[in-house]
Ligand binder design. Structure first.
Ligand code: NAP
Ligand code: ZN
Length: 348
């Protein structure tokens, strides 16, 4: 018998989220049932629920920054026991057979990973995400939250943390490297913390200087407003790596001009609009324009352990479930400091 749990769901692209119930499948041999304690609000939840990336099935429960406690394990589960503190991020399965899965890069599964929400699950149903009381996930897609991290500040690490950690690792952020983080939101503020902890020289490029004090406190050495045209002149050719977290339409050429020779700008922000790149933004300095999605399960565990070792989680504002629509509006207005986290006890 499936279990009925309380949740908040989108019912249409242009409607507020509504309180509802959803069914969670029975725990199979390799499944873990998780009592969700906190669920972070990612801008991707909004893009998806509002159909900005393409049509989605409704009703849809979003949320892919899940932190909770194991409530039940299947008969063949070996990694987890009841009571363990665990997390689930943006994917809940992959084919397990392609070359990417074999290399432990499930996020790049050639058949497409199964997203935590709005994806087709193994049984043909649509996956439903973390704005809910419970979730059932196969153990291979569950990670352990280190004891020293509180569950509320750990939740955003499952997407915002890993999505910035993975490209920073891939492009070797570390001492001697000048890294710019564009956008001081959920992903951006984690990018600043992580890049700083890796030893890089970090600069924030934000629309304004409103969040400058926070940016410097979280580990940036410099902070500039992109609304000031002098910024682009002053920083021309400056950075080895730019992690661009902006969720809206931008001119990529302006940011590419800030890269040094052989520098890379990696898009983790996923605006729905096309980003028109001029060849001459790249050619004269052998620059690269790249993209990156979340990280693997092993890398997500590595990131959680890294954050625990360095003693930080996300900067959060905890809300009750009935404040979720208001929180979404604040995310859209770049008025989030720096991640909303739903206390799912308020769903009871
Ligand atoms: P967020 O908290 O809303 O942060 C986005 C930031 O972008 C804002 O805080 C703002 O920073 C900046 N921004 C917003 N509108 C802008 C505009 N018109 N021009 C310039 N800058 C603007 O969102 P998030 O949750 O961090 O997500 C950011 C993006 O990453 C979203 O598109 C999301 O879907 C995507 N994402 C991708 C992955 C992946 O795997 N690649 C994973 C998660 C999320 P300032 O106020 O500092 O300017
Ligand atoms: Zn996300």
């Amino acid at each position: 018998m499936p279990t009925t749990v309380n949740a908040y769901a989108a019912t249409a692209a242009d409607q507020p989220l509504e309180r509802t119930t959803i069914e969670r499948r029975d725990v199979g041999p390799l499944d873990v049932r998780i009592d969700i304690k906190f669920a972070g609000i990612c801008h991707s939840d909004i893009h998806t629920a509002r159909g900005e990336w393409g049509p989605v099935p409704y009703p849809l429960v979003v949320g892919h920054e899940i932190a909770g406690v194991v409530a039940e394990v299947g008969s063949e589960v070996t990694k987890f026991a009841v009571g363990d503190r665990v997390g689930v991020g943006c994917m809940v399965n992959s084919c397990g057979e392609c070359v990417q899965c074999e290399q432990g890069q499930e996020q790049y599964c050639l058949r497409g990973n199964t997203g935590t929400y709005a994806s087709t699950d193994r049984d043909g149903s649509v996956t439903q995400g973390g704005y809910a009381q419970q979730v059932v996930v196969t153990e291979g897609f569950v990670v352990r939250i280190p004891d020293s991290l509180d569950l509320d500040v750990a939740a955003p690490l499952l997407c915002a943390g890993i999505t910035t950690y993975s490209p920073l690792r891939h492009w070797n952020a570390g001492p001697g490297m000048k890294v710019a983080v564009v956008g001081m939101g959920g992903l951006g503020h984690m990018g600043v913390k992580i890049a700083h902890a890796m030893g890089a020289d970090v600069t924030v490029l934000s629309q304004s200087l409103k969040k400058q004090e926070d940016g410097l406190r979280l580990g940036a050495r410099r902070y500039f407003a992109t609304s000031d045209p002098d910024t682009f002149e002053q920083l021309a050719g400056e950075f080895d790596l730019i992690v661009n977290t902006v969720s809206a339409e931008i001119d990529p050429n302006a940011y590419l001009s800030l890269l040094a020779v052989d520098g890379t700008m990696v898009m983790v922000g996923a605006p729905p609009q096309p980003l028109p790149v001029q060849a001459f933004s790249l050619i004269p300095a052998r620059r690269s324009f790249a993209g990156s999605t979340i990280g693997s399960i092993a890398e997500t565990q590595e990131m959680l352990d890294f954050c625990a070792e360095h003693g930080f989680g996300a900067e959060i504002e905890v809300i009750s479930a009935d404040q979720v629509n208001e929180a979404w509006e604040r995310v859209l207005a770049s008025d989030v400091r720096y991640r909303f986290v739903i206390d799912t006890a308020t769903l009871a």
